[in-house]
Design a binder for this molecule. Structure first.
Ligand code: GUE
Length: 288
């Protein structure tokens, strides 16, 4: 039986349908809803992603102030730009596009983002809120994956979820998120990584395998139990071609699997905008 395809597009559409009226209501009441983006350097792929986010923001009726600094920007210039976005009342969400040029300390720049405008959910304050189960901005790719599984009716609660990778943008926050006590989470989460040579022993036991590595094709059919749910979350690009962590042949054994294109990616973008609208509503209500 062919694997059920876990498309991210209908999930993203559902999120957009949910936030459109909320954006309209904010605008009608005279409140700003804006995604402020900062791009440092001239990487083509990054410029393309930023363009896509700005176009989507405008299509949703949001403003999208943008700051673009050159390849040779200094740390001080980057942090000044972050401060300008933080202080701009039109900006309710701030995004610093990753990666930045080598002379820039991305984490130090992230620390300067106002946690209540941190739509990427990557600021240590928001990571801390996630770890403590406090309300706050959740990183977009993990939030999108929880939503994707819920949308497609994949039961997560009480089941064995194995996450491959412990990176700060995906594996680490996803493990925190899916172990929270909520109906669409509540899982028995295992995290495997480069320190676990027999990682396949763990993935083979899991009901749900989530790859969050960024190593193309690392997950192969022999690494998953027949019928398991497989989510390909890691992104690596060769030029503009997306190379997923999960090899295409896994579809022959999986019970359900994300497609190479139109899987986790669209849900990530949708959650970015949902975070931005959540932030705008909190700011409109007079603080976080
Ligand atoms: N501060 C920051 N936040 C980010 O969220 C962030 C970032 N920096 N830097 C770059 C990565 C990459 N990223 C993508 C999100 C969605 C798709 C996406 O929707 N891709 C489509 C198209 C795939 C294709 O045709 O290549 C898909 O998966 O179907 C791709 C890439 C967000 N990133």
């Amino acid at each position: 039986m062919p694997a059920q395809l876990l498309s991210g597009r209908p999930v993203a559409d559902a999120v957009f349908a949910e936030i459109r009226p909320r954006i309209a209501a904010l605008r009608e009441a005279g409140h700003p809803v804006g995604l402020g983006t900062l791009l440092v350097g001239s990487d083509d792929a990054s410029a393309g992603y930023i363009r896509m986010k700005i176009d989507k923001a405008e299509e949703l009726g949001m403003t999208a102030p943008h700051i673009h600094l050159g390849d040779d920007a200094s740390q001080a210039e980057v942090e000044d730009a972050v401060r300008a976005l933080n202080e701009d009342p039109e900006v309710t969400g701030v995004l610093v596009q990753h990666p930045t040029p080598p002379q820039i300390d991305f984490e130090a720049a992230m620390l300067r983002v106002d946690p209540d405008k941190d739509v990427d959910g990557l600021h240590p304050v928001n990571m801390g809120r996630l770890a403590l189960g406090m309300p706050g901005m959740v990183a977009c790719t993990p939030a999108g994956i929880e939503r994707l599984l819920a949308h497609h009716g994949i039961e997560v609660s009480g089941r064995d979820v194995c996450i491959l990778g412990r990176g700060t943008t995906l594996g680490r926050p996803l493990a925190l998120l899916l172990s929270q006590k909520r109906p669409t989470a509540n899982a028995a989460v295992t995290v495997v990584h480069t320190g676990v040579p027999d990682w396949a022993e763990h993935t083979r036991r899991a009901d749900i395998v989530i790859a969050a590595v960024g190593v193309p094709g690392i997950v192969r059919p022999e690494h998953v139990r027949p019928g398991a749910v497989v989510v390909s979350g890691g992104v690596r690009y060769a030029g503009r071609r997306l190379l997923p962590d999960v090899d295409e042949s896994v579809a022959e054994v999986a019970g359900a699997i994300t497609p190479r294109i139109g899987g986790v990616g669209p849900t990530t973008i949708a959650m970015l905008f949902k975070n931005c609208v959540d932030a705008a509503e909190r700011l409109a209500a007079g603080g976080a």
